[in-house]
Design a binder for this molecule. Structure first.
Ligand code: DX5
Ligand code: ZN
Length: 226
């Protein structure tokens, strides 16, 4: 069992404001804080890497004063190197970009760390773990997408779960330090599969914002309540 899994009996929960009411972001962050979820997941989309558009660093900066939660920025953009510093200055804690969106991924991981932030690398469902093998020693987080990114409310692709197991095994064997985060289609019926595969962080969008009792949902996603 890895050091991270030994310390964290239950995964952390990272609700995505993508599924919030965009006219009430501050309320969304307050709901996340009140629910017992530890992270706020911010999905940044450019309309090119993915067929949708969301928001930029100003939203993170404006929300930063509203919450002490970890801000987990997920960049679904081409040329993410142009946005890393802006999100660092906006108060992001983790900055994750896609391996498929950049040529010099190692350089960008180093730049994010030099900015004083945790550096994450993400994979779309069609990219294998072997595609980022050279980057794993330099990543603080690996984000496994379990849907094709761009929209909330999609069904989890079960074959992606194998990648979580592979990442956990490699981390154990090589003593790497990354956190394994999983994003897409996570709700009460799929969370156990994702936890059992070895995820440390569960991102949840539509399930969280549709839940009438968000604290109860968070406990169930963590596997604390049946
Ligand atoms: C998808 C985003 C996800 C999304 C998850 O492109 O990266 O973070 O918000 O939403 P659900 O949980 O509804 O699949
Ligand atoms: Zn995301």
């Amino acid at each position: 069992m890895s050091i991270i899994k030994t310390i964290m009996k239950h995964p952390l929960i990272a609700p995505s404001v993508l599924s919030a009411d965009f006219s009430h972001f501050a309320d969304a962050v307050a709901d996340i804080d009140a629910s017992g979820a530890e992270w706020v997941h911010l999905d940044v989309m450019d309309g090119k890497f993915v067929p949708n558009l969301t928001f930029g660093p100003k939203l993170a900066a404006d929300l930063r004063s509203q919450s002490a939660a970890v801000f987990d920025v997920h960049l679904m953009v081409y040329e993410p190197e142009h946005l890393a510093a802006a999100f660092a200055h906006a108060g992001a804690d983790y900055i994750t970009f896609h391996a498929e969106a950049v040529v010099h991924a190692h350089r960008l991981l180093m730049v994010i760390r030099q900015l004083g932030k945790k550096a994450g690398i993400s994979l779309v469902p069609s990219t294998p773990v072997s595609g980022i093998a050279e980057l794993l020693p330099f990543a603080d987080l690996v984000l496994v997408m379990t849907v094709d990114p761009g929209f909330g409310g999609q069904e989890l692709i079960p074959s992606c779960l194998e990648k979580i197991k592979t990442l956990a095994r490699i981390r154990e064997q090589r003593k790497y330090g990354y956190v394994i985060s999983v994003d897409g289609g996570i709700h009460e019926s799929t969370a156990a599969l994702v936890r059992e595969a070895g995820a440390d962080v569960l991102v949840t969008g539509s399930a969280f914002f549709n839940a009438p009792d968000k604290a109860a949902l968070v406990r169930r996603l963590k596997g604390m309540d049946p």
